[in-house]
Write a protein that binds this ligand. Structure first.
Ligand code: GLN
Length: 538
């Protein structure tokens, strides 16, 4: 039977619950156990698909087509286990499910209530499809004390009783601030947060204390005493310079050992920290650097392109070079400034995006990369913009555009109303914005003797998608005659998946999001190749 580890947060949000959970997962795996990670989000959106990246950061997409919280990206990157639809749920989805059931009369006339109906649905989510795991780590979004997270906390309290306390562990992550003025470390917020947690029935077994500086033993003892937690289970986590240091730091603090001790389990093999140490060295000590420009609409919020930033870093790891990410706001990028702003870049990347704002800046930047032979990678929207740029400037279709942002003009990019996936029609109208995209993993067939085929070293690839619009295949010949090759197509040859420019050192556009599948311990070939080209361009 699986053992369940619940991770809650206190004091403030953004303390790194996701990263702590992902690091713990790696350590337990490395010691020979099978681990699954799950996230419960307290907001009312049914999924984060319709949320702006400014609000919530990147929307992470799973193989099976779920639009999920970006923490699932951390989970995948650290544990190497592909997340599934069934690994992320929101309050909105839970209520949606319960209300649908109520409308069908499935509660047999009972009054439908938060306890037990909502909490039962939460417990069902936690337990679902977990029998083959050794550990299920469940992260509860938000912080303890929020009105929104109450049903989740209540559900995990009940859950521990249901499976027996010996099979469930509560980890609480809090902030232990350092006050500069008085040169003091303060444990009071942690004490209050644990008090709050206990008032709703949960006694934490392990407290992880996030701090700017090491926490002296006397302070840890104080936390142990006031919060009723064994001193060995008061674990500090001091800010790290790179997130890839987190597994090393938690190993040094014996988090994994304390977890195993709690469940009376032994380590099946020693934890392997070597790959993380190597990565840390490349990232922190490398003098060689390469500047990659990311030209997008959401550059102000760091988390908006989380997986992309990570994948570029992974490309750097593979090439033993530090990647400097230069974020450029496409909306503010004036045509007259292009040269000045882009001249120090060794690679230009246009990420995914939606809507008209900032498109002209992107198109000009692509033109600059094409003409000046700067390595270019266009992802999803970035590929669509590259198509528009080429059509306008090389095929002389001056009004080439996408129906997404221009109802007039020549629609080389357009909306497909229906797709066929394994014989099933998936809706694709724009009435209901949630869940109307081509989402999740789709196959693509790569052309013989193309650059992309060289990079992937395979004819068939599977990559994750998240878009409504497609490049119109009927223009293929026209583009190819001018040297822009459609080097990857959907298996039915109807949807262009990859484009590449022949007479250019490295110019590739992909309709999918390769960044979701890149992992620090297994960098994605497309990003490795892109960074290699950028390294050669310096
Ligand atoms: N807006 C474009 C579409 O829907 C691209 C989406 C994306 O870049 N993820 O097709």
């Amino acid at each position: 039977m699986a053992r369940y580890i619940f991770v809650t947060g206190g004091v403030v949000s953004s303390l790194g619950k996701g990263l702590s959970s992902a690091s713990l997962a790696y350590l337990l795996q490395s010691r020979g156990y099978k681990v699954r990670l799950r996230k419960l989000d307290p907001y009312l959106n049914v999924d984060p698909g319709t949320m702006s990246p400014f609000q919530h950061g990147e929307v992470y997409v799973t193989d099976d087509g779920a639009e999920t919280d970006l923490d699932l990206g951390h989970y995948e990157r650290f544990s190497g286990v592909s997340a599934k639809k069934s690994d992320n749920i929101t309050t909105g989805k839970i209520y949606n499910d319960v209300l649908k059931k109520e409308r069908k009369g499935e509660y047999l006339g009972k009054t439908v209530q938060v306890i037990p109906h909502i909490t039962d649905r939460i417990k069902q989510f936690i337990k679902n499809d977990s029998s083959k795991e050794d550990f299920v780590i469940c992260e509860i979004g938000g912080i303890v004390g929020d009105i929104e997270s109450l049903p989740f906390v209540e559900a995990i309290r009940q859950f521990a009783n249901d499976v027996g306390k010996k099979n469930a562990l509560f980890i609480h992550l809090t902030l232990v601030p350092y006050l500069k003025a008085s040169d003091e470390i303060k444990t009071k917020p942690t004490q209050h947060s644990v008090k709050e947690l206990r008032s709703i029935g949960i006694q934490p077994d392990i407290i992880i204390c996030r701090s700017e500086r090491p926490i002296p033993l006397e302070h840890r003892k104080k936390i142990s005493l006031f919060c009723n937690v064994d001193i060995k289970n008061v674990i500090e986590t001091v800010d790290v310079k790179t997130i890839y240091e987190a597994p090393i730091s938690f190993f040094n603090q014996k988090l994994d050992i304390q977890v195993l001790n709690y469940f009376k389990l032994k380590s099946k093999k020693p934890a392997n920290l070597k790959p993380w140490k190597k990565i840390k060295k490349i990232i922190l000590q490398n003098k060689k650097q390469v500047n990659i420009g990311i030209i997008g609409k959401y550059v102000e919020l760091k988390d908006a392109y989380k997986s992309l930033d990570e994948a570029l870093t992974h490309g750097g790891i593979k090439n033993n070079i530090k990647v400097n990410l230069v974020r450029i706001d496409s909306e503010k990028l004036k045509v007259s400034e292009i040269k000045n702003k882009l001249k120090n870049l060794s690679g230009i990347l246009i990420p995914g995006g939606f809507g008209k704002r900032g498109t002209e800046g992107k198109i000009e930047a692509i033109r600059y990369a094409r003409i000046n032979k700067i390595p270019f990678l266009g992802i999803c929207y970035g590929m669509q913009m590259a198509i528009i740029e080429f059509a306008r400037n090389q095929l002389k279709i001056n009004k080439a555009t996408s129906s997404e942002f221009d109802k007039g003009g020549v629609h080389i990019i357009g909306l497909m109303n229906e797709w066929e996936k394994s014989g099933k029609k998936v809706k694709g109208t724009d009435k209901d914005l949630g869940g109307t995209m081509r989402l999740g993993s789709y196959d693509a067939i790569l052309k013989d003797k193309s650059k992309i085929r060289d990079i992937y070293k395979s004819r068939l690839i599977k990559e994750r998608h998240r878009h409504r619009y497609e490049v119109d295949i009927s223009y293929k010949e026209k583009f190819e005659r001018k040297g822009l090759i459609f080097s990857g197509l959907s298996p039915n040859h109807k949807l262009p998946e990859i484009i590449e420019l022949k007479k250019h050192p490295w110019f590739i556009g992909v309709q999918f999001h390769p960044e979701f599948k890149s992992r620090p311990l297994n960098p994605h070939p497309l990003f490795s190749s892109f960074i290699k080209a950028a390294k050669n361009h310096r």
